[in-house]
Design a protein around this ligand. Sequence first.
Ligand code: NDP
Length: 388
Amino acid sequence: MTEKTVSILGATGSIGKSTVDVLRHTDIPFSVKALVGNRNISLLAEQAKTLRAEMAVTADETKYAELKELLAGTSVKVGAGKSAVLEAATMDADWTMSAIVGAAGLEPSAEVIKRGKTLALANKETLVCAGDIVMDMVQKYNTTLVPVDSEHSAIFQCLENNQKNAVDSLLLTASGGPFFLKDREYMETVTPQQAVAHPKWNMGAKISVDSATMMNKGLEIIEAHHLFAMPAEKINVVIHPQSIIHSAVAYIDGSVIAQLGNPDMRVPIAYAFGWPQRISSPVEKLDLPKIASLSFFTPDEEKFPALKLAKQALKAGSEATNVLNAANEIAVAAFLDRKIRFLDIAKVGEKVLENIKTFKLNSVDDAVALDKKARAEAEIVVQSLEPK
Ligand code: NDP
């Protein structure tokens, strides 16, 4: 087996740690080029040492000295700040995991794409913020893009070796999050702790809140639209609380092909790392009799307006999805800081979408500029919602 060179952007996060675990269990020989984190410097240094990385980067410039000190006496090159993150993304790795959280992942993903190797994409915001531009770049640079989001990995697997023109629709499953069975009155007063306590998946705080509002599923519809060139009307969300079926593809002959597995991100990460081969992973085997039953429901878009909002933004185009994503990131951060209430999160997205209408995206730089503008607008909306 030939050795793969690997970089992990967002190595210290939930996806990053799962990626490191998959690497620790794989038979495929690999060496690590770059690891990127932000504030968890002790973990980043530990990962860089044990994986013998060529380079370790923190996005936070104020943490440079701490990282440098922890890696003193090793051969690991140390960097800090946005330019070092982009330098890490340009290192010549065969396989790069893009798992930075939020729109901050867009520019590093774009740098990876320009190298024409393999991008394992967990950072859905790359496509939500600049989907048309990014997919054009993937074509232009002949990059291999393997989705890591469990739903998109599932669809990718269900599409393989099948006729793409025989697809009737994509069925995107959703756990429903922690408030699936709760009413809006209950959601009025939920705390950040309740919102991040996902019943099935262990994830970072931002995506956990997005799962609770169902904005995550909205962002995933947008992601699926770009990844699989599928119109919004052909992407249907199905609530499936057990999170065993990770998504499915319905074909015109009436067949539905689904991918199943335990809810563990190491499954799609191992798939993306091994692709086009399958490799073993340290994940518990699926025991269907133990699970016994699987259930399905139609999502309630009145109860979870974020879902409707994301669909509207997708119809309006890449500019609107970029704006919605930025507004949502600011709103989620404000909710986690207890500045606004849970149900205000979707209101921020709605208001910012109303306020920013004219903007044309022609490049990644445009997408970054629009993201910045939408964040500033969202901060103003958040302030107007904060209790006086
Ligand atoms: P986490 O919050 O757990 O981790 C985020 C990672 O990004 C950390 O390594 C963090 O560093 C780093 N980071 C934060 N800000 C910056 C920045 N400005 N520049 C560079 N690095 C930064 O997030 P998740 O792992 O949950 O999610 C990562 C991405 O994967 C998201 O886009 C999410 O939507 C997607 N995803 C996640 C899934 C999951 O199960 N968690 C499932 C499917 C998709 P540090 O921790 O050191 O501060």
